[in-house]
Design a protein around this ligand. Structure first.
Ligand SMILES: *Cc1c(COP(=O)(O)O)cnc(C)c1O
Length: 378
């Protein structure tokens, strides 16, 4: 048999899209270390360290904190399938793609979604959410996206969670893009269920989704009248592996080397200091903003709710947005993202996430965009 297959050497890119972001060489090196058994006593200690590091990143003391063995969407589903029973009413803030996915999750769980909608790219008004909770006093859960990667909008999680508490409602927060990029205070804001992802501001390859449940959320899961409709994501089952207090038993084979990578990315975050990571994202965003505005480009999102790690930049009239993305990818090895849904063709999404949030990326992006725009206008 002739063998024409060869080892892979993917192109080197600067990843300034909506995720994944560039991965630190130390994370890639950690993932290349020897695989051990997922029930090895050494691995058991490693899992406890990893959970503690996740608590650091999420700013929580929740015992039930662990990485789901699948990407951010599986973290989302873990939260919904465990907290929503048929007939439950769930208020969902919808201001982009991921809020819409939350509605689909509620429907698939047999729940009754109440959407509180905002125009994409605009600031989320907590007053409108309070109105919805007043109109639906039987709602048990309020779900929202902290950092909408589809639009670049940051939502005031502290304000929304305070309103939910007043209405005796649990909160479910998508923190996939926010963790490590902007302040996330799971305990400080009293968030009940949260999920994140590894490939955004944690700068790890995609494939894992850290989740955390408060004691109130755990009590709600224990009080369920119906079984969880997913076998794989059922917390009561998966915790037989992740909660080591009574020994660990096999649930599924954990992605051992991927977990090494997440561990190393969290060690990097602890070394930098999480507040310093937030500050770095903010500072690099301001430099990018100055550079892009210097080219005559404008931002979509009002300054008060603008995410530093996801810059929604308006495509000027007469510019072919896809040609600009192709130009910067081919000539500069730079990936930037396209708009989604109602913003397709209207914006670029320029990510400054994790390891990518550094001056060399900003400089490259401004230079590449300048060249790409000039090429179109020539
Ligand atoms: C990327 C993202 C997700 C989904 O994560 P995957 O890892 O792609 O499944 C969910 N929510 C938000 C806000 C995201 O940015």
């Amino acid at each position: 048999m002739s063998n024409s297959f060869r080892s892979l050497y993917p192109a080197q890119r600067v990843l300034m899209g909506p995720g994944p972001s560039n991965v630190h060489p130390r994370v890639l090196a950690a993932m290349a270390r020897p695989t051990v058994g997922h029930l090895d006593p050494w691995f058991s200690g490693f899992m406890e360290d990893l959970k503690e590091l996740l608590r650091m990143a999420l700013r929580t003391r929740n015992p039930l904190t662990f990485p789901v063995s699948a990407p951010g969407s599986a973290g989302m589903e873990t939260c919904f399938v465990n907290l929503v029973e048929p007939g439950d009413k769930v208020v969902v803030v919808v201001n982009g793609v991921f809020g819409k996915r939350m509605i689909e999750n509620v429907v698939n769980c047999g729940g009754i979604p109440v959407a509180v909608e905002f125009d994409w790219g605009t600031t989320v008004d907590p007053g409108k959410i309070e109105d919805a909770l007043r109109a639906h006093p039987d709602a048990r859960l309020l779900a929202f996206v902290h950092a909408e990667t589809s639009t670049g909008v940051a939502t005031d999680a502290a304000a929304i969670s305070a309103i939910a508490r007043e209405h005796d409602c649990l909160t479910l927060m998508d923190a996939v893009t926010s963790v490590a990029g902007i302040p996330v205070e799971v305990d400080g804001w009293q968030i009940d269920a949260v999920y994140s992802g590894t490939q955004k501001c944690l700068s790890c390859p995609p494939g894992l989704s850290p989740v955390s449940f408060s004691e109130r959320a755990v009590a709600a899961v224990k009080a369920r009248k119906t079984p969880v409709q997913s076998w794989f994501l059922d917390l009561t089952k998966v915790m037989s592996y992740w909660d080591g207090s009574n020994g660990r038993s096999y649930h599924h084979t954990a992605p051992v080397n991927a977990l090494y990578g997440l561990h190393e990315s969290l060690v990097l975050l602890a070394e930098e200091g999480i507040e310093n990571s937030w500050a770095r994202h903010a500072a690099m965003h301001l430099e990018l903003k100055d550079g892009l505005e210097g080219l005559g480009l404008e931002f979509l999102v009002p300054v008060e709710s603008r995410l530093p790690q996801l810059n929604a930049v308006k495509v000027p009239a007469g510019i072919d947005e896809a040609a600009v993305r192709a130009h910067v990818l081919e000539r500069y090895g730079l990936e930037i993202g396209a708009g989604l849904g109602s913003l397709a063709g209207k914006i670029w999404r320029v990510g400054l996430m994790g390891q990518t949030a550094q001056r060399s990326s900003v400089t490259l992006c401004v230079e590449a965009m300048k060249d790409a725009l000039a090429a179109q206008r020539a």
